[in-house]
Design a protein around this ligand. Structure first.
Ligand SMILES: Cc1cc2nc3c(=O)[nH]c(=O)nc-3n(C[C@H](O)[C@H](O)[C@H](O)COP(=O)(O)OP(=O)(O)OC[C@H]3O[C@@H](n4cnc5c(N)ncnc54)[C@H](O)[C@@H]3O)c2cc1C
Length: 378
């Protein structure tokens, strides 16, 4: 199979690579990471090049392109050291076009081109992480209104998004899980920031909902369909995390290859030592596998043949493989990596968090393993 980019994909990727070919981005990312700030200026710049329109259908003024093109864009940005993990909101339009009311969809699409953070999905609670069985946030109907009560935690972008899609259970029938499109300026909502090991250019929050008054029109999708909606959209979320990890690993690999050829110890560049070469062999294998896996999944998605476990497999593999690459990069850079301000420090922290956020490695294994076996069931 040929996974080289088409002429159009190459043009798009080149546009992003050219934007990144500016030395001022890295100090900006470092500053945003240090201050735990969203890199608005950078996100706006890539939106100006059409990043957030890649998957948006043409009837909504988008480019109506595919996962393969999105993968090419992520690859170009990640390879240049960009914090692509921040971009997850900018390609999830399909969920709002498919599930949202006209009002909800328009509220979300009004952010296209701005680079602003607009929305996130709130499932996780202190008692409900990998499993949603013990979710305690409820909704109750009273006098023609709906009241949301509970608490969500580990909410990505939670400090700043103007809207959240919040999953809750019907207090009168806890088997019914429904999502609500919540205006975060509503009365009764409190947000508290959480500190994070990595992915620091995005906020993370605990959010309290104290009898937040909603209406029937605020239901997102259909009542009782929250599980199905979540499962339907997990694949894209997992694919994006895997793409992001791959790009970060690619950047770490190239930084390190240049360094190994230049750093002289004992009269030779360290690249001449076989123990260093072994690390490059393993890094190159992992990088090649990641790219082939991701572009194959994108191709399958774009041709309607993606398997149900494919994105879980990719998220799991890419988090492991990129961790190995970044860890080896730190080892090869040695003192330079662990002191000072090298971007490898940021990569090391970011990739560690991705073994957990968006679903843990263990849950990815369970999903991918189950699907692998299903193919051989009679
Ligand atoms: C930075 C970050 C951002 C996040 N963003 C969001 C967000 O925007 N929205 C949202 O809703 N959630 C978000 N999450 C929550 C994330 O999805 C959960 O953290 C994750 O699902 C794991 O839940 P937990 O942390 O409670 O761990 P737990 O579920 O308590 O798991 C603890 C450990 O047990 C393992 N484990 C659990 N069940 C099983 C099992 N059946 N078999 C084998 N092992 C198991 C896990 O893999 C893990 O190693 C985010 C988390 C992080 C860290």
């Amino acid at each position: 199979m040929d996974f080289s980019l088409t002429e159009d994909q190459q043009l798009i990727a080149d546009g992003f690579a050219e934007l990144m070919n500016d030395d001022s981005w890295e100090p900006y990312f470092r500053e945003c990471d240090d201050k735990h700030e969203y890199p608005q200026r950078w996100v706006k710049s890539i939106c100006d090049l059409g990043f957030d329109r890649i998957l948006l259908p043409e009837e909504y003024d988008g480019l109506g392109l595919d996962w393969s093109t999105l993968a090419a864009a992520y690859e170009a940005l990640g390879r240049a050291g960009a914090p692509t993990y921040i971009l997850y909101q900018l390609s999830g339009w399909d969920t709002f076009i498919r599930e949202g009311s006209d009002e909800q969809r328009d509220a979300i699409l009004s952010s296209v081109g701005t680079g602003n953070q607009i929305v996130n999905f709130a499932m996780t609670e202190p008692s409900a992480g990998s499993s949603w069985n013990d979710m305690r946030t409820t909704y109750t109907r009273k006098d023609g209104k709906i009241y949301l009560q509970g608490q969500k935690t580990f909410q990505t972008s939670g400090m700043h998004v103007p809207y959240m899609v919040v999953m809750a259970r019907n207090s009168e029938d806890m088997s019914v899980y429904t999502e609500f499109f919540v205006d975060m300026s509503s009365k009764g909502i409190k947000r508290e920031p959480l500190n994070k090991l990595g992915l620091r250019m995005d906020s993370c929050a605990v959010i309290y909902f104290d009898n937040v008054e909603l209406e029937e029109k605020d239901i997102f999708g259909t009542e009782g369909n929250a599980f199905m909606r979540g499962v339907q959209d997990f694949d894209q979320e997992r694919f994006l995390v895997a793409l992001s990890n791959y790009g970060t690993a690619y950047c770490a690999y190239e930084d390190t290859a240049k360094h190994a050829n230049e750093r002289v110890q004992g009269t030779k560049p360290i690249a001449a030592y076989q123990l260093i070469q072994e690390k490059f062999c393993n890094m190159k294998i992992a990088l090649t596998n990641m790219r082939n896996m991701l572009f194959e999944i994108a191709y399958k998605h774009d041709h309607g043949t993606m398997g149900r476990g494919d994105c879980s497999m990719a998220k799991y593999y890419c988090s492991q493989a990129s961790s190995m690459i970044v860890d080896n990069a730190v080892q090869i850079f040695s003192g330079v990596a662990v002191t000072g301000e090298h971007r490898l420090q940021r990569f090391y922290r970011d990739i560690r968090v991705d073994h957990i956020s968006g679903g843990t490695d263990e849950m990815m294994i369970l999903t991918a393993g189950k699907q692998a076996l299903r193919e051989y069931r009679k």
